[in-house]
Design a protein around this ligand. Structure first.
Ligand code: ADP
Ligand code: ZN
Ligand code: ZN
Length: 732
């Protein structure tokens, strides 16, 4: 037998299949093997087996051994790796690495061993105690304790009775030690919890629709609080009952303790968590439990789509619209696309869930490519919370220069006095560099792209990140002549300080990147808030995601319009999603919810659609804008990035990439809506100079796209990085 092996070296020069003899070594498809390569030994993955090589037998070297007791990939995941290699133009080795915990590669993993203590059964505890020296109370107590509990972790009794005492007992032969391999269970402190519910009619028909459709992908479009989690749990349950396994993806696992808790309650150790925030050991243990079939459900952020499950029956992507599903490092995969491919190769179903589907997914649902399941109302029949839209221009005219409108202050007052909780959402990311008139709400936009401009201190200009047009910085508002222009703002800490000023008694929690640095930081803050140890939660995007706090009756959205003006073609979409998601935290249980939305543009169509919960209206408008201006999903944005420490070598690679691509452009003008080379909007990051060729493709562009990838990547040199991004979230 001959094995086709991909060696674990992610370099384009060795990115090919190497044949090895398998003689004697029982090699299976998808196995990790150790092979000689050049003068060294390396690890590789067997991606094919055949009777004969095209190379003469005597030229072939032999596989030394297999590295695990099982193949790490199966037929479906091997095909998926192949797809990723082709689609994102990365070396096969890099695609394969997605499926293997980093700790396994290079044999770096250490098993966690736990030692246990128990009394020596051949000596009676009474004899033991009698033989002790007078005053050895700790030893005597330890013997008594062990007699009662039988077997216990060594570390526990060491802590209880002191290492000294226990060591003496071990030396005397009274206490015996044994060791075991232990699985590290992440998020142990998240207790299993579930409440028994009977499904609503809407939930039942959504489940029915998802389970009976013969389309591979379903979009579950359910308003906030419609009970999507119960739908997920039921279809997971039905999948397991058929003897199959399931993957559940969430945008950020630390933000979804509720989901974890319910899965734990129902499936206990059948659930495995895959998450980059875990320790290396934990990650490996969880991976292994899935690989060996001990666990049947994988829950995790985007990389869990690579979970090593056999007999996969279901992949759920919750909050499918979330930006975290786009990988931003090589390979720059799109999780929804990868999930669909995995489903195709392993014959399973995909369910995309959201209260605010991405334009792309809803478009596919309307066109019939996806099955559409809709849940229009909240489970308890409660109305969605009502909006109070506050015009901040009017507030300023009335002399209120504070971040808080009087409506928000009054509502906070009321909420607190009734013993309820509030969430104050603040879009710090919004405070990048858009220029907005504080008097009339005017925002500077690009004439070509209808996308807001970014202020660049460098040169004191306004720039469009999509077409590179440059405009003179404004000294006054072109609409109303005001000089009250703003392009910077406060931070979350400032908001907390403000709240304390008005409500000195209130207990305030802050959740943002600064307060959630450590592993379970999110979880701790959410738990504190859920336990009602705080009255107000102030935070960025993180507070918007899926939380279910029954006591929250007020949500305040400060500067709702800021996200409208990100220089991102998705900014309308993101704004609609954010407003709807944050608002959806209010009034989820019995008490009625209110949302105070502060804006300088109360008449902006996107905000109007949001406050009326009119997703379809929003969608129709957005779709026609995207069609008219040639943006995704009706076009593809491609950006070839060139990065180098040395400016001149960067420029020279930029030139050669541009020359090559210019050829493609000239040969296929019908496929290009836009083609230009330029410096990147942010010219230097960490000392690296950044250049780009930006393109928008239309029509049947697949061949052109592949050509662009190949020609560009071929220009990469030892010190100039070249990569390609598709529909990048930020053009910085
Ligand atoms: P969504 O994800 O759609 O915003 P959740 O799944 O968080 O909504 O559900 C909202 C709340 O409704 C949760 O507290 C959940 O336990 C509860 N719930 C879900 N389904 C039912 C049901 N059939 N009967 C009663 N309560 C339910
Ligand atoms: Zn103005
Ligand atoms: Zn432009």
């Amino acid at each position: 037998m001959v094995a086709e092996v991909i060696v674990d070296i992610a370099h384009s020069e060795v990115d090919k299949v190497f044949d090895y003899k398998t003689d004697g070594v029982g090699v299976l498809l998808g196995s990790r093997v150790s092979v000689p390569f050049g003068r060294m030994m390396t690890e590789g993955i067997v991606i094919g087996l055949k009777e004969k090589s095209d190379f003469p037998e005597e030229k072939l070297r032999s596989i030394i051994k297999t590295l695990d007791d099982f193949p790490v990939l199966n037929d479906g995941t091997l095909k998926l790796a192949g797809y990723i290699k082709d689609e994102y133009h990365v070396p096969f080795a890099l695609a394969l690495r997605l499926f293997i915990p980093a700790e396994l590669r290079g044999g770096r993993i250490k098993e966690k061993i736990v030692s246990y203590a128990e009394l020596n059964p051949t000596v009676s505890p009474i004899e033991m105690v009698a033989s002790l020296r007078k005053g050895s109370t700790a030893q005597a107590n330890a013997i008594g304790y062990l007699r009662d509990v039988k077997r216990v972790k060594l570390s526990d009794i060491n802590e209880k009775f002191g290492n000294q005492a226990i060591k003496k007992l071990i030396d005397r032969g009274y206490v015996l030690i044994s060791s075991e391999h232990a699985s590290r269970t992440p998020y142990k402190e998240i207790e299993a919890y579930s409440k028994k519910v009977s499904l609503t009619d809407e939930q039942r028909s959504a489940i029915e629709s998802i389970e009976s459709t013969d389309k591979p992908v379903s979009l579950l479009f359910g308003v906030t609080g419609s009970g999507k989690t119960e739908v997920y749990l039921k279809i997971i349950n039905d999948t397991l009952n058929k003897g199959k396994t399931a993957i559940m993806l969430v945008p950020e696992i630390a933000l979804t303790p509720q989901m974890l808790r319910q899965l734990r309650a129902r499936y206990g150790d059948d659930v495995s968590i895959l998450h980059s925030g875990l320790s290396a050991g934990e990650r490996y243990d969880e991976w292994l439990r899935l690989k060996t079939g001990e666990a049947k459900i994988a829950i995790g952020a985007r990389s869990a789509v690579f979970a090593p499950l056999d007999d996969l029956g279901l992949i759920i992507i919750d909050e499918e619209h979330d930006g975290s599903y786009d990988a931003e490092t090589n390979p720059r995969y799109k999780t929804v696309d990868v999930a669909k491919k995995r489903a195709e190769f392993s014959g399973c179903k995909v369910v995309l869930g959201s209260a605010t589907p991405s334009i792309d997914s809803y478009d596919k649902a309307l066109s019939g490519e996806y099955n559409l399941a809709v849940m229009k109302s909240r489970v308890n029949g409660k109305m969605l919370p009502e909006f109070d839209v506050v015009d901040m221009r009017a507030e300023i005219k009335r002399g209120n220069e504070s971040i808080f409108s009087s409506s928000l202050k009054n509502n906070l007052q009321k909420c607190l006095s009734e013993g309820n909780q509030a969430i104050v959402f603040f879009n710090r990311r919004g405070y990048s560099r858009q220029v907005i008139c504080r008097d009339c709400g005017y925002v500077a936009k690009c004439k070509n792209c209808d996308i807001s401009l970014n202020y660049h201190k460098d040169g004191n200009v306004l720039k469009c990140h999509y077409c590179n047009a440059s405009y003179k910085m404004l000294s006054a508002c072109p609409e109303c002549g005001s000089v009250n222009l703003s392009y910077s703002g406060a931070g979350t800490q400032k908001i907390v300080d403000e709240i304390k000023k008005y409500f000195p008694e209130a207990r305030v929690l802050r959740m943002d990147n600064d307060t959630t640095r450590n592993k379970e930081g999110h979880y701790k803050i959410l738990k504190e808030f859920a336990d009602k140890k705080a009255d107000i939660l102030v935070g960025t995007q993180m507070v918007a995601k899926g939380h279910d706090f029954p006591s929250v009756t007020l949500v305040g959205i400060l500067d709702a319009d800021m996200s409208l003006y990100f220089s991102d073609f998705r900014s309308n979409e993101r704004t609609y999603q954010l407003v709807t998601q944050v608002a959806g935290r209010s009034g989820r249980a019995d008490k009625k919810g209110v949302v105070v939305l502060q804006t300088y543009n109360p008449d902006h169509p996107v905000l109007l659609y949001s406050v009326n919960y009119d997703y379809t209206g929003f969608f129709e408008r957005e779709r026609s804008i995207r069609k008219a201006t040639g943006f995704p999903p009706y076009a593809l944005i491609l950006r070839v990035m060139i990065e180098s420490f040395d400016e001149d070598s960067g420029i020279s690679v930029l030139k050669s990439v541009y020359e090559k691509l210019k050829g493609v452009y000239d040969g296929n003008p019908e496929n290009f809506l836009f083609f230009n080379k330029m410096k990147s909007p942010v010219k230097r990051i960490n000392g690296k100079n950044r250049f780009q060729v930006l393109m928008r493709l239309t029509g049947n562009y697949n061949a052109v796209k592949n050509e662009i990838y190949e020609l560009s990547l071929a220009e990469k040199t030892a010190d100039v990085l070249v990569y390609v991004e598709e529909n990048p979230a930020n053009l910085y």
